[in-house]
Design a protein around this ligand. Structure first.
Ligand code: BDP
Length: 690
């Protein structure tokens, strides 16, 4: 993974002072001391309680990482640094830091320990450039206050989903066969990786909560205490997925009705017991009334009643509920225009805006359906001005190649975060989450993602899938970051120049393979935003009609004349009307709807000509041929790294690219053949279609 010892070379060759107290500062000092021991520098520490057992102060220093709260700065920090004004746009806060250079000393200042930790990893990212030239004081703060990973990990092995639901990286790093995993070093290493990308919250069990997993809240709490202890030194708070039926299945109560006093008491006392053991416990994640999970609907209550019940139990302790908006009827059929699955989250939640307690965070999947490689941004995000929101991404590649396919998702997430639901001059999704002022009350939000990590030696199955994990954390810190620049960061931290044969070639090759890989994946899979042509058994590989006649509500409606889902207000399901202006009109209009979402919003004849000038049927053929050619090129590019990077990483990626090519070819052939047979329209370029 990223952060091998060599990534600390620039820091570790210098004289570094760490100033401050507390467990997170201990972590910073341990990192610095290790780096200096490896690379010949010197580490020193000052602070009120920090001297005994620590290395002595180092005299003149090249680098100082100092907490400003502990009674002034030590004398080794140049006087000028104490004069550095606070950044003019407000305090640094709990997690921010300030970086500058004064009298040839690189100085990182923070007002709280987590800021120092993030400042340290910022220095590591900067490498040599942190220690040369001018660095006028600059404040760095996370745009989003909670940057969270949800692990869909089962404690006990699930008969269908295994140890990790939608996990493609081996078993869980937290659990093994019903017990804690036990590899504590690896958990610490994971905490360190997460801190280096800015993640500060994690939920450690699946949102589909089985009975064993439910008990983490009560008689198996010790296991969670242990995880919290291991991750706390990296600034990470632990959260738990809980079942709404917990008062019944764990507490033996006759009901889980959110308005029942006994139920309320049960949640309060249970939550109090959790905080007695884990004072910085983050809170609960809840999937309710969705895909078989219990919820308030069973008691004739709504989701504000449900969420507020748990929020009330958590509020005195500072915890939050992440209440998922992924609520829909998974036994529907396309009965009439109102049963469109894409409508469900908005239909359920928009009317509840304003009723959620302050410590409820409504967690909304980025798109209206389900983590497809292309969907419009969920209209719920623009519909809840009085509710805290989290946008949920899927780092685990359930629908994007399952960590067999190289698919760098940062460009896609960047598009989602940059989407402006009220039009070009208004706020973006990232602004909504970051509490940027706009019409309506200001409400802060989170970015959350389903994790892609397991006990695989490469952490993510595909070594290059680590770039997705890394980019997620960094985008949650700063949604404005450029995906290409993030890839550079990840490359520098993972393949430091001193560890590879030809750093320039490594960089060039990784960009060639990854930069456009999400669009490549989109090209060889379901066309033009229609989604879900996947194999229903595991969501891997093509299954063009796999869901077409089932009850899951995900259809493409292809027939001999055309394809696509009519979600217009005029003639379709009315989903387009869930957007504010201008998007409701843009999506409603066949002329204005962006090509890449055409079949999400419209049912069109195969001859319909796209903005690109190409008819839909020909676009399908062209993109599917192109997608496979691009995978061939990716594979060729990668082989140039033979002998240049670590052999095991190289081989693992070759194995994955071979499979990606096989699978992409299968996608191409099945999708092209399907549409050729449905439409009878031959490929204008005369290529072979079976
Ligand atoms: C779907 C997954 C399913 C999850 C569900 C969810 O296929 O395994 O339980 O999302 O988000 O995409 O709850």
């Amino acid at each position: 993974a990223w952060l091998p010892a060599e990534a600390f070379r620039a820091l570790g060759t210098r004289r570094v002072l760490v100033h401050g107290d507390g467990p997170l500062v201990d972590t910073v000092f341990a990192e610095v001391a290790r780096a200096c021991a490896a690379h010949g520098g010197r580490a020193g520490r000052t602070g009120t309680g920090a001297t005994s057992g620590d290395a002595p102060p180092v005299g003149p220093v090249d680098v100082a990482l100092a907490l400003r709260t502990t009674g002034g700065l030590p004398s080794a920090v140049p006087a000028g640094a104490s004069a550095v004004p606070g950044p003019d746009d407000g305090p640094l806060g709990d997690e921010g830091f300030l970086l500058t250079r004064v009298d040839d000393v690189t100085v990182v200042l923070a007002d709280a320990p987590a800021g120092l930790l993030y400042g340290l990893f910022h220095l590591v990212r900067l490498g040599e450039s942190a220690y040369v030239g001018d660095h006028p004081p600059r404040a760095h703060r996370p745009a989003l206050r909670r940057r969270m990973l949800d692990h869909w990990d089962n404690v006990a092995v699930h008969p269908v989903m295994g140890q990790v639901e939608r996990g493609y990286a081996g078993g869980s790093i937290f659990w093994r066969d019903g017990a804690p995993h036990g590899d504590r070093d690896r958990l610490r290493a994971y905490g360190r990786l997460l801190a280096s990308m800015g993640v500060n919250a994690i939920s450690v069990n699946n949102v589909n909560v089985g009975l064993t997993e439910a008990r983490l809240l009560t008689d198996r709490l010790d296991d969670v205490v242990d995880l919290a202890d291991l991750l706390r030194p990296y600034g990470i708070r632990v959260h738990l997925s809980v079942t709404f039926a917990a008062p019944v299945v764990l507490g033996g109560l006759p009901t889980a009705d959110p308005l029942d006093d006994g139920v309320r008491d049960w949640w309060e006392s249970t939550t109090r017991r959790v905080y007695a053991r884990i004072p910085d416990f983050g809170g609960y994640v809840v999937k309710a009334d969705s895909e078989g999970q219990p919820g308030p609907f069973s008691y004739g209550r709504d989701h504000a009643d449900g969420a507020n019940l748990l929020a009330a139990a958590l509020a005195p302790h500072g915890g939050v509920v992440h209440w998922r908006a992924f609520v829909y009827d998974h036994r529907q059929d396309w009965r009439d225009r109102t049963t469109d699955r894409a409508r469900a989250a908005y239909d359920h939640f928009a009317p509840l805006d304003g009723r959620f307690a302050d410590n409820v965070v409504l967690q909304v999947k980025f798109g209206p359906v389900d983590f497809q490689p292309r969907e419009p941004v969920s209209p719920v995000i623009a519909a809840m001005p009085a509710t805290r929101l989290a946008v949920e991404l899927q780092v685990t590649q359930e629908y994007t190649g399952q960590q067999w396919h190289a698919c760098y998702l940062a460009p896609w997430w960047r598009e989602v975060l940059a989407f402006r639901p009220w039009g070009a001059a208004e706020r973006s999704v990232a602004d909504v989450l970051a509490d940027v002022p706009g019409p309506g009350p200001r409400r802060g939000g989170d970015l959350v993602a389903v994790a892609n990590v397991g006990d695989d030696p490469f952490w993510c199955g595909h070594p290059l899938a680590q770039a997705n994990l890394y980019a997620f954390g960094r985008l949650a810190w700063d949604p404005g970051l450029d995906p290409g620049a993030l890839l550079d960061e990840w490359i520098d931290l993972t393949f430091p120049a001193s560890t590879v044969g030809d750093p320039a070639l490594v960089r060039e090759t990784l960009h060639a393979v990854l930069d456009d890989s999400w669009r490549t994946y989109e090209r060889y899979t379901a066309p033009l935003g229609v989604g879900f042509m996947v194999n229903p058994a595991g969501h891997y590989g093509p299954g063009v009609d796999g869901y077409e006649y089932s009850r899951w509500g995900t259809y493409h409606f292809a027939d001999r004349d055309g394809v696509g889902v009519d979600r217009t207000c005029a003639t379709g399901t009315g989903f387009a009307g869930q957007y504010p202006q201008p998007w409701s009109q843009v999506y409603e209009s066949l002329e204005r709807c962006p090509d890449e979402l055409l079949l999400f919003f419209h049912h069109v004849p195969y001859s319909h000509v796209l903005h690109s000038g190409v008819p839909v049927i020909q676009h399908i053929y062209d993109t599917h041929f192109a997608g496979v050619e691009e995978v061939v090129a990716m594979r060729d590019r990668w082989t140039r790294l033979a002998g240049v990077i670590d052999r095991a990483v190289y081989d693992r990626v070759v194995e994955r690219l071979d499979e990606q090519l096989r699978c992409a070819t299968e996608w191409r052939d099945q999708v092209n053949t399907y549409f050729f047979r449905k439409s009878g329209v031959p490929d204008a370029k005369g290529r072979h279609i079976y």
